[in-house]
Design a binder for this molecule. Structure first.
Ligand code: ADP
Ligand code: MG
Length: 459
């Protein structure tokens, strides 16, 4: 820990001079900050936060020490604002928060290649993946590929509905492959990212740069390749990328929401290539697997929940593991905000409140009202042909919320928003879903809007 200059405050805002005392005091402050973060953002709180250290702390800046680069990335992307708010609340000062690798064992990990490796989520490892009949084959093939890239199943193609663990497994493969070999160059990205980078390369006249970036890797992992549909030029480019890698024995791993042959308007030559290796499906998890997942996720957050509660949650939510996690987060949030232990009664109240809110009849007008109010735009703008970012984003958010909070069809939703057709609505929903997963700010904005729509009295 570096205490730069004189420590300026303690919890009671006393000036501290004694060094030992200062260190202890900082540790106490930091423990309070961590407690506060739990309250502010239960969804992103993890048990391993306990292992974080204070790397540097002075009057205006707190740098938190993390065990590795992935942790730094995760905290930076998901938790920076809650840590900042917590630090400001506890110290009563304007504090900026940053994260840094703290090599407590003083041997820097040789695998660290800051800025070069793919962004990986520290939760998405094989250790944290619960294996059951619904995903056994997918899991086993991912393990095989990560141990010997390019030599077993190539390409490996995972498919299944949203929220069943495809992205989690792709991250886990990259982790494992990177542990196995430091020199391995891994490119991991979403299909949208691939398409956007391709478009940008064309615009900048730098296609060769793009091509060399993708055709020289050891492992190319692309998530959600169904977004290649109707993208003829991107498909063409991807076809050549695929061939270059495949012919050099490099590993290709893909995921999608449906099997290759069912992705609309995907070129025949890509379909056949995607089928060359192993195509494996992930199914919705069984009741037993769901219980194990709830327990695993609770453990990750440092929660102790009884079997009875895990069974209750697993019974309530079945189709989608993301929702299973959401249910657990709700329970955790109610427990931390009320300071009550997680009992069966608390779990029931927490989830039933959530289910009731969802069941309440919500109209598209309710949604439009909240969204236009938040963004300060007019309904007429949302219904107009305007395509500026300041209008399209609220419009797409309305579509997404209407799709998730009402029972209206895509056509009906499009009808309310200027007579747009169902593909436009579907595109908007996908786009916002991806943005929600990738961007914590979008995630919390959607949560806030949903709260205002479902609990209008509190708005
Ligand atoms: P997909 O990419 O298929 O839409 P994700 O990989 O994003 O789904 O998974 C959604 C959430 O569910 C993630 O938080 C992930 O960790 C979790 N999850 C999915 N399957 C499992 C599993 N078998 N064990 C533990 N967590 C899982
Ligand atoms: Mg995914």
């Amino acid at each position: 820990m570096v205490l730069s200059g004189e420590l300026q405050y303690s919890k009671e805002h006393k000036i501290i001079k004694d060094d030992d005392l200062a260190v202890r005091e900082v540790e106490n402050i930091f423990a309070d900050i961590l407690d506060r973060v739990k309250l502010l953002d239960p969804a992103n709180s993890r048990k391993w936060f306990e292992k974080l250290t204070v790397f540097h702390f002075d009057g205006g800046s707190l740098v938190i020490g993390c065990p590795d680069e992935e942790t730094v990335q995760f905290l930076h992307d998901n938790c920076r604002s809650s840590f900042t708010r917590a630090a400001q609340h506890i110290t009563d000062h304007l504090v900026t928060v940053d994260f840094n690798v703290d090599n407590f064992e003083s041997t820097p990990r040789p695998t660290q290649r800051p800025g070069r490796g793919p962004k990986l989520h520290p939760d998405y490892t094989f250790d944290n993946f619960v294996v059951g009949p619904s995903n056994r084959l997918a899991h086993a093939s991912c393990i095989a590929v990560s141990q010997s890239p390019g030599n077993t199943y190539n390409p490996l193609f995972l498919y299944g509905n949203s929220g069943l663990g495809k992205t989690h497994l792709l991250h886990a493969v990259c982790y494992q492959a990177r542990q196995g070999s430091d020199s391995e160059v891994i490119q991991f990205l979403s299909c949208e990212d691939f398409i956007n980078r391709f478009i940008r390369a064309i615009e900048k006249g730098n296609l060769p740069g793009f091509q060399s970036q993708f055709r020289t890797v050891d492992m190319l992992v692309i998530d959600d390749v169904q977004f290649l549909r109707e993208r003829e030029q991107s498909q063409e480019e991807f076809f050549h990328t695929f061939n270059a890698l495949y012919n050099n024995g490099k590993q290709i791993i893909l995921s999608a929401d449906s099997p290759p042959g069912k992705i609309p308007s995907l070129e025949e030559r890509l379909i056949s290539r995607f089928n060359w290796g192993l195509v494996t499906r992930i199914d919705p998890p069984s009741y037993e697997t769901r219980i194990a997942i709830v327990q695993k996720k609770a453990h990750l957050r440092g929660l102790d929940i009884s079997d009875e509660i895990a069974e209750y949650v697993a019974r309530k939510v079945h189709a989608n593991i993301r929702e299973l996690e959401g249910a657990l987060t709700t329970i955790y949030a109610v427990s931390t905000t009320t300071g009550k232990e997680i009992t069966m009664e608390l779990a029931r109240t927490a989830l039933e409140g959530q289910l009731k809110a969802a069941a309440r009849h919500i109209s598209i007008t309710d949604i439009i009202e909240v969204v236009t109010g938040h963004f300060d735009v007019r309904l007429a703008d949302l219904q107009s042909k305007k395509r500026s970012q300041s209008i399209t984003e609220p419009r797409q958010i309305c579509m997404y919320l209407a799709r998730n909070l009402t029972k209206h069809s895509l056509e009906e939703i499009g009808g309310h928003l200027g007579g747009r057709d169902h593909t436009t609505v579907m595109y908007a929903c996908n786009k916002i879903t991806l943005a929600k997963d990738a961007d914590p700010q979008m995630h919390s904005l959607l949560g806030e809007l949903t709260k205002q729509i479902t609990q209008p009295s509190k708005a």
